[in-house]
Structure formats: structure tokens, C-alpha cells
Ligand binder design. Structure first.
Ligand SMILES: [Zn+2]
Length: 301
């Protein structure tokens, strides 16, 4: 059974396409107390505004992924930067494009959580159209009679290949991010892809067969040339740009002098609260960890 939710979130590239009457609300995002009052509906389109003739499982139509949030069902659609078919439809042509990263600055508020989940589903919808094994068009697994595996009640995003009978669950790419400290200073590096003087924490994707702790230790060793101790987990964040799950750790410097790897990182140093470089955007787990450390949130190490 294909579910057609009442509300849809539409993404184009790294933007969320917001109904024009609701874009006004977004000026509250920078105020944490006011951001809490923004509801998911502020970025949603009613299903009657979505051209259902463009949504179908066939290969030349748009795919959407269904998810539940606060007991309501939503659909997420991700369209490409250069795609203008959907957004030329009446109503949608007046959408305001708003960068998704700016919609999550209030992380971990409910609204920010909603945006990250919706973006991840939009991404999943756009990359789960065909079976990776046999190339057939995938269909919804939920309530499909041929699916023998017992699925969770809310497993709306699971896909099924009618030909080779495989099930595909939403794909995420786990990445570890570590705040490394040495007394009151934190290790910040400038990645060659970062703008200007922006510095951030050491991070990297988990490789096949690695534990999260092994990834953390390897990345710190590779990118900064140092060893750490007291490594432990702090919190995580879905980061759907395009499909990461960021797993945040904190660790204490143990030995070695920090030096950039000159491959990904071209500058790295210890920074105290009084001499910080340009930091990652608010809303990112990197910024959350940095701000928490500066505020004394990890004083017991
Ligand atoms: Zn298949």
C-alpha cells in the first residue's frame, strides 16, 4: 500500500522550498526561545498543492519517502538543483528557497530535528529508486504481501525489490567527530574544503569493519598525528548532507605534537576560549561540542 501523507517537505539541492506565507516565520530561527515555537508545518506543503501526477514509482517521476513525526505522517521529496519541472507548477513556483543548514541552527530543538529527518528522507527517496543488485524499480516494502520479513510499524521508508526480493532500509554513512582537548584548549583543524579561516573538529567516515572508537583514534592519528586517551561518546546527530550520521566523541590529548596531514587538513592547532578561529555553523554537532566545552560542559573530562 502506498501512503500519501497530508503534508510534504520539498527540497531542492541544499535548500528547503518553503511556502511563501511561512517564510516570514524563519526570522525567529536565530532566537532559541522563539525557534522553539516554529512548527514543522511552517515548511510543509499540503498534499493538494503537490502535483500527484508527478509522484509515482515509475522511473521518470518523483519519489518521496514517508516518515512520522509527533504522530503525524509527512512525505519528503528531494529534487535536483537543475530540475524545474516540479517547481514550475502553480503554487510551488512561489516557493522561497531557504538553505537547510540555516533551518537547523537551533539544534537540538524539535524543529531542527524535524528538518534533519525530513532532509534525510528526501535524500533516501532520491537514491532508493532502483535495486542495487538487479536494477529493478523498487517499491514500498511496507504492507507488501511478498515481504516475508516482519517490519516495524513505522518502517515506511523500507524499499522492496519485486524481482530479487531484497529489502533495502534507509542508508546512512556513519562518521565520527571528536573534540580533542589538552587542558583548556581544543584541537581545531582547517580542512582544505572549508571557507576562509573556518576550523573544526577532527572527523571522518567509519570504514568497513571498524568500531567507532577505532575510527576516532585512526582519524586523529592520520589528520593530527597525535594519540588520545579517555575517549568517550557524547551525542550524535543525523547530518543529511547527503546521508551522514555524525557520532560525537570527546577525548583527551595523550602524546604527540599536533601537525596537519597536508592532505585533508592544511592547518591545525590548539585553541583556547579567548582566541578561537572562525567556527562551524551553529546547528552542527561540531559547533555544539565546541560551545559545550567552552561553556564548561565537559569539565570532568
Ligand atoms: Zn533486485
Amino acid at each position: 500500500m502506498t501512503i500519501f501523507p497530508e503534508s510534504f517537505v520539498v527540497f531542492q539541492g541544499q535548500d528547503c522550498l518553503i511556502p511563501p506565507q511561512d517564510a516570514y516565520n524563519m526570522r525567529f530561527l536565530d532566537e532559541p526561545s522563539l525557534a522553539a515555537s516554529i512548527k514543522p508545518e511552517a515548511v510543509c506543503w499540503h498534499f493538494s498543492q503537490i502535483p500527484s501526477d508527478l509522484l509515482s514509482p515509475s522511473s521518470d517521476h518523483y519519489a518521496y519517502s514517508v516518515f512520522e513525526f509527533d504522530d503525524r505522517k509527512y512525505g519528503a521529496i528531494q529534487i535536483q538543483d537543475n530540475d524545474d519541472i516540479l517547481i514550475k507548477r502553480p503554487g510551488l513556483d512561489e516557493a522561497i528557497a531557504f538553505p537547510v543548514r540555516e533551518l537547523v541552527v537551533s539544534y537540538p530543538s524539535r524543529f531542527s530535528r524535524f528538518m534533519l529527518i525530513a532532509k534525510a528522507h528526501g535524500q533516501w527517496a532520491s537514491v532508493s529508486r532502483f535495486c542495487g543488485a538487479c536494477g529493478s524499480l523498487l517499491v514500498d516494502a511496507k504492507e507488501n504481501d511478498e515481504v516475508r520479513e516482519r517490519l516495524d510499524d513505522n518502517a515506511y521508508a523500507a524499499r522492496f525489490c519485486p524481482r530479487c526480493k531484497r529489502i533495502f532500509f534507509p542508508r546512512m554513512s556513519p562518521a565520527v567527530i571528536v573534540l580533542v582537548y589538552r587542558e583548556n584548549s581544543i584541537l581545531l583543524g582547517h580542512n582544505v574544503r572549508f571557507p576562509r579561516n573556518r576550523h573544526s573538529l577532527i572527523a571522518g567516515f567509519v570504514e568497513i569493519g571498524e568500531t567507532l572508537e577505532e575510527t576516532a583514534i585512526r582519524e586523529i592519528r592520520e589528520e593530527a598525528g597525535i594519540e588520545v586517551k579517555k575517549l568517550h561518546y557524547v551525542l550524535s546527530q543525523p547530518w543529511p548532507f547527503p546521508d551522514s550520521l555524525m557520532i560525537g566523541f570527546i577525548a583527551e590529548w595523550a602524546s604527540g605534537e599536533a601537525r596537519p596531514d597536508r592532505n585533508e587538513i592544511d592547518h591545525i592547532a590548539w585553541y583556547g576560549a579567548d582566541d578561537l578561529p572562525e567556527l562551524p555553523l551553529r546547528g552542527s554537532i561540531a559547533r555544539y561540542l565546541i560551545d559545550s566545552f567552552i561553556a564548561g560542559g565537559f569539565s570532568n573530562g
